[in-house]
Design a protein around this ligand. Structure first.
Ligand SMILES: N[C@@H](CCC(=O)N[C@@H](CS)C(=O)NCC(=O)O)C(=O)O
Length: 282
């Protein structure tokens, strides 16, 4: 933690750093398939906005990688939805009524409520008509699940590598070994860019959010960078992922992620509404 504090300036905004593809931070964004409500995070004393019948609602947090998994699926499958962002430091009681552990993402619609990114995504993929993201073949589906479940176990390593400025060699090695595994897995699936082949599949979206945030770690520990030289397949995957409309519509750039992660992990005061502009009172 000490190392992290000493190096905290590296998490600050760096105007020269841009994600591949040169995409700019999305502030006050309007998603094409999203029925927009205010993006400001609702906290303890805020009432839950009344639901409109027939409208699928996602309870989210703008920088949450798990909720991004579900937003990626909703965007990609062109499923209309609205978003209610939640302040996870000052959680409203109504969040616990929908998810007893008080986490996002939560999906709510006329007939039900679900939480957990994997459960939400499996449900949406199956319940809505259109081309499925989960592979039809049970073995392939199980293997893909193994792949992104390994990511669930790796997530702390992303932050620990940054937190120890790469000095904890074990944790750094764990991360690099995982990158090797993903790179090999991609190459074993043929000369195609995605885990799903020429098209994305569920695994692509379930893995993506942490690779979008990796450039923040790269700033602190440059040897974690994925390049054409060290991980050619993973590098190509990242390039292709950045081009997807679903990714472009849900992403933040490295400065925004760096700012949010600093406020979350160093300041212990997460800036949920970073970049949003409050309408001026007339
Ligand atoms: N296993 C859950 C993890 C969700 C999660 O950790 N969400 C975070 C925000 S990124 C959260 O709600 N944190 C609040 C808390 O844990 O109290 C999933 O896949 O949906």
């Amino acid at each position: 933690m000490l190392t992290l504090s000493l190096r905290s300036s590296l998490w600050e905004l760096n105007p020269s750093a841009r994600v591949p593809g040169g995409l700019l931070t999305r502030f006050c964004s309007v998603l094409p398939f999203q029925d927009t409500m205010s993006e400001f995070a609702l906290g303890k004393d805020d009432p839950c906005p009344p639901r409109k019948p027939g409208v699928l609602r996602l309870y989210s947090m703008r920088f949450c990688p798990y909720a991004q998994r579900t937003r990626l699926l909703l965007e990609h499958r062109k499923i209309p939805f609205e978003v209610v962002n939640v302040n996870l430091k000052r959680k409203p009681e109504w969040l616990f009524a929908m998810n007893p552990i008080g986490q996002v993402p939560v999906l709510e619609w006329d007939d039900g409520v679900l939480h957990e990114s994997a459960t939400c995504n499996d449900f949406l993929d199956e319940a809505f008509p259109g081309e499925k993201l989960n592979p039809a073949d049970p073995y392939r589906r199980a293997r893909d699940r193994q792949l992104w479940e390994s990511m669930n176990k790796l997530i702390s390593s992303f932050y620990d590598v940054a937190g120890t400025a790469g000095q904890d060699k074990k944790v750094l090695e764990r991360l690099m070994r995982a990158f090797t595994r993903y790179d090999r897995e991609l190459s074993s699936r043929g000369d195609e860019p995605f885990f799903g082949g020429s098209k994305v599949c569920m695994a692509d979206f379930m893995l993506w959010p942490w690779f979008e945030r990796l450039p923040v770690v790269n700033r602190i520990v440059p040897e974690t960078a994925i390049t054409p030289a060290n991980f050619p397949h993973l590098n190509r995957w990242i390039e292709y992922m950045f081009k997807l409309p679903a990714v472009q519509n849900t992403m933040f750039d490295v400065d925004a992620h760096a700012h949010f992660l600093k406020t979350l992990r160093i300041d212990n005061n997460p800036d949920y509404d970073y970049g949003l502009v409050r309408p001026s009172k007339l």
